[in-house]
Structure formats: structure tokens, C-alpha cells
Design a protein around this ligand. Structure first.
Ligand SMILES: [Zn+2]
Length: 180
């Protein structure tokens, strides 16, 4: 019934074991391990669509308005880098599901980058060295991995500054969590 790409994303979200420590928050923006199962359920129910219509330069993306997650058509479930970006986008999807309205797009992205870095840490995956956002997200993720729940304001400030310095994000300072 579902196409192969959608099945792959659902399988990653449902069965990956490296998300046990994905439990952290920036204010009202929160994620927890079971949240990714909720995203998988929403995809299976057709409330979130999986596609591969990526904008130039994006490894993956999530559209908060239309609830569409786009991933590479060459998505490889065995590649931990690919899985890390699926969890980045699924973090946006979960925040969209919570329907808490308009908020900082930079903080929403910070949640995605921490989730991605935390995944990479847990899976002992390869990094993207020298990436201006990921280099800031990595030590924050290490603290979450060690048990920290609320991301301290200084870390939020450093990470959102790195995100807002990227033109693609700078155009979208506000996101809206409007349900699916
Ligand atoms: Zn993102």
C-alpha cells in the first residue's frame, strides 16, 4: 500500500534503537523517544506525506504548513547519516503535531539539529565536521546524551545564532505549529 520510500522512513522511526536518550526541551518545544513513533503513525495514517521533492542543497526537509517530509530518493536505512537527518526532520514533524502555534523557527531548528547530533552520537555515526551549525549542536547533544533535559539559555542562544546566520533559515524566523 505504501511506497518504498515511505516504508523506509516509517521503519526507521519505529524501530531504530538509537533514540533512547532523545528526551530534551527548549521551553515548550519538547521531544521524547515515543514521539517518533507518533510521527510514524501519522505517516502511516496519511496525515504526513513522505516525498523526495528536495529544494537545492537540502539533504532532507519538512514543510510545517503542508506536513510533507522530503528525503533523498537514495535514502539508505543502513546509513546512519541518512537516519540522523530523518530524525532531524521527524523532530520538526513532531513539533508540528503538538499544535502550539507560532514560535521561533530558530529554536525549532535548534531542536532538529540537537536531535540529529544526538542521534549521530548514540549511533557512533560519522560527523559533518566544519558545518557551522552542527559544530555548535554537537557539544549540546553530548550534554543531553549525559542526561541533561532542558537546554540552557546560553546554549540556545549560541545555537540559534548559528542557525539565524544561515540565509535559508534567516528568511524564516517564525514557524507555525498547526497540527497535521
Ligand atoms: Zn531542520
Amino acid at each position: 500500500m505504501t511506497d518504498p520510500l515511505t516504508s523506509q522512513v516509517v521503519n526507521i522511526l519505529r524501530h531504530d534503537k538509537f533514540i533512547a536518550r532523545h528526551n530534551f526541551a527548549i521551553g515548550a518545544l519538547r521531544i521524547w523517544p515515543r514521539a517518533y513513533h507518533d510521527v510514524a503513525d501519522a505517516i502511516t495514517a496519511g496525515k504526513i506525506r513522505v516525498g523526495s521533492n528536495l529544494s537545492a542543497g537540502n539533504a532532507a526537509q519538512y514543510d510545517m504548513t503542508f506536513a510533507v517530509m522530503d528525503v533523498s530518493e537514495d535514502l539508505n536505512v543502513l546509513d546512519e547519516r541518512h537516519r540522523a537527518v530523518v530524525f532531524h526532520e521527524a523532530t520538526h514533524a513532531h513539533l508540528d503535531m503538538l499544535a502550539f502555534g507560532e514560535h521561533s523557527g530558530y529554536e525549532n531548528e535548534a531542536m532538529g539539529y540537537i536531535a540529529e547530533a544526538l542521534y549521530t552520537l548514540a549511533a557512533k555515526g560519522r560527523d559533518v565536521p566544519s558545518h557551522p551549525i552542527r559544530v555548535v549542536a554537537k557539544p549540546i547533544a553530548a550534554k543531553v546524551y549525559a542526561g541533561m533535559y532542558a537546554i540552557p539559555q546560553a546554549d540556545v542562544a549560541a545555537l540559534t545564532a548559528a542557525i539565524s546566520a544561515v540565509p535559508a533559515y534567516n528568511r524564516m524566523p517564525r514557524y507555525t505549529s498547526n497540527g497535521l
